[in-house]
Design a protein around this ligand. Structure first.
Ligand code: S3P
Length: 179
């Protein structure tokens, strides 16, 4: 893939439950990149869970923490950045990530997402009377943002390892001969 950019990092974007963290860890190990998860970083820095931040300060505070992190990460190299599902809905975040990273979106259907996250309870946005509808609506609203990724990988039809292989391959193609 020819992007004409100076790509030194890899960023995974995509909806909750598309496998960003699991895939990211596998690929980071394979490509010798440092794995970072924006949700984990926010939690370790604030000493609070995301659910707690959402409950006490609200979503805008969480989004501000995400923006701050995106700014900081743009000065670093050799990272695999796994992002929270809503992070790229801020176009400035997306543009900043693209300035240094190959941005790959892991895509899933709402049905698969529900299969993966339905039994989990730590995501405040899914604390809803009808979480399946919430997933469908949020995914539809976010699709235009996710589709601005450099590469889209459909995770419905691939195993975790196959998704990781695709991601690693795309990064190698985007960075070959440019090191
Ligand atoms: C969110 C996704 C979560 C987390 C927060 C908000 C979202 O991350 O950042 O609960 O807006 O989709 P994951 O995508 O890692 O679940």
């Amino acid at each position: 893939m020819q992007t004409g950019r100076h790509i030194v990092n890899l960023a995974l974007i995509g909806f909750m439950g598309t496998g960003k963290t699991s895939v990211g860890k596998l690929v980071a190990e394979q490509l010798h990149l440092e794995f970072l998860d924006t949700d984990e970083l926010i939690q370790s820095r604030t000493g609070r869970t995301i659910a707690d931040i959402f409950a006490k300060e609200g979503e805008p505070m969480f989004r501000a923490l995400e923006r701050q992190l995106v700014d900081e990460l743009s000065h670093r190299t050799k990272l695999l950045i796994s992002t929270g599902g809503g992070l790229p809905t801020n176009l400035e975040n997306l543009a900043k990530l693209k300035s240094h990273a190959l941005v790959i979106c892991l895509w899933s259907s709402p049905e698969k997402i529900w299969e993966r996250v339905g039994h989990q309870s730590h995501r405040p946005l899914l604390h809803d009377a009808n979480p399946q509808k919430k997933i469908r609506d949020l995914l539809a609203a976010r699709e235009p943002f996710y589709k601005q990724a450099d590469v889209l990988v459909n995770t419905d039809i691939r195993s975790l390892r196959e998704v990781a292989q695709q991601v690693a391959l795309q990064f190698k193609l985007a960075t070959r001969d440019k090191k």
